[in-house]
Design a protein around this ligand. Structure first.
Ligand code: MLT
Length: 304
């Protein structure tokens, strides 16, 4: 019998890949063989010696001490691409919320009171402050042309946006096999200098920390939008805030709110919602449960 410790809620469909005759699944930390989790931060946790493999039901693994586990010979599995469609949808929602002032407009509508005639009059005079702009008038820069970036490129292009992409690891030819919609940027600086909106789809690594910097924001046309549903730290938040205050940037769409950003009127803030759809949760859980099972039962390592 294998013992699996779950540190977050994991989709039932994923857990059903681990047959109950062979797997005991619980939050009991005593001598687990494997761990399944989503965003639980494992860095401060004492990870039992019995753990042979870890499965993250998501793409990022920065909540897991991967180096420490590698030294121990413990593979860390993840689910790249399994939630890409969900993230893509929220990127588009963020772009639309920002460009059409949807959030402040909805808040305004929610405060209206009185008779239908009074509400109608208030709507007509109030709506002027929420005049937006349309996506086809904008160029979107996508940093990171993996499963999410390519989907965002195709969807934004279908909505009429011009799309330019940059990825240091994916060749022009390979990106083009996935999307003929993406024009290739020559460099990151080239991308920033061209784009009204920039969306980042890279993991948080030493090489990507602060990638959206003061200098690069300064290269953008005035009134731009930055979308970061990937990880906090990829953008220099202080630089973004200064640019929002000066009017250089018009909006900042994030999935990892912080105290400094949360209340800013130009910040569109989601509570780490990018991968939170039933479909994505199922896809991710199935992908990592299968990997965990294959590893525990016959030592097969797929995508660690
Ligand atoms: C991811 O890394 O794919 C997401 O953080 C997954 C999640 O929301 O749990």
């Amino acid at each position: 019998m294998y013992k699996i410790l779950t540190l977050n809620n994991i989709s039932v469909k994923g857990l059903s890949r681990l047959p109950r005759e062979q797997y005991e699944i619980s939050s009991d930390t005593t001598r687990p063989d494997g761990i399944l989790l989503r965003s639980f931060k494992m860095h401060d946790m004492e990870i039992p010696d019995s753990v042979a493999a870890i499965g993250r039901a998501g793409a990022g693994v920065n909540n897991i001490p991967v180096d420490q586990m590698t030294k121990r010979g413990v593979p860390v599995f993840n689910a790249p691409g399994a939630n890409a469609n969900a993230v893509k949808e929220l990127v588009l929602a963020g772009l639309l919320i920002a460009s059409r002032n949807i959030y402040p407009a909805m808040r305004f509508a929610g405060t209206l009171e009185g008779s239908d005639a009074e509400i109608s009059a208030a709507v007509e005079s109030g709506k002027k402050q929420f005049v937006g702009s349309e996506l086809p008038s904008k160029k979107l820069g996508i940093i990171g042309l993996g499963a999410i970036g390519i989907r965002v490129a195709n969807a934004a292009s279908a909505l009429g946006m011009k799309v330019i992409g940059y990825d240091p690891l994916i060749s022009v030819e390979n990106a083009w096999k996935l999307s003929r919609k993406v024009q290739q940027a020559l460099s990151l600086d080239h991308l920033f200098s061209q784009c009204d909106a920039v969306s980042v789809h890279v993991p948080l690594l030493d090489a990507t920390r602060g990638l959206v910097s003061k200098e690069r924001i300064a290269m953008m046309p005035d009134g731009g939008t930055i979308v970061n549903l990937a990880r906090g730290g990829i953008c220099d938040d202080e630089a973004v805030l200064a640019a929002l205050d000066s009017g250089k940037l018009n909006a900042y769409v994030i999935d990892f709110p912080t105290a400094a950003l949360l209340k800013h009127p130009k910040v569109v803030s989601f509570p780490h919602l990018g991968a939170s759809t039933e479909e994505a949760e199922e896809n991710c859980a199935i992908m990592v449960a299968d990997q965990l099972r294959e590893y525990l039962e016959d030592g097969t390592v797929r995508n660690s």
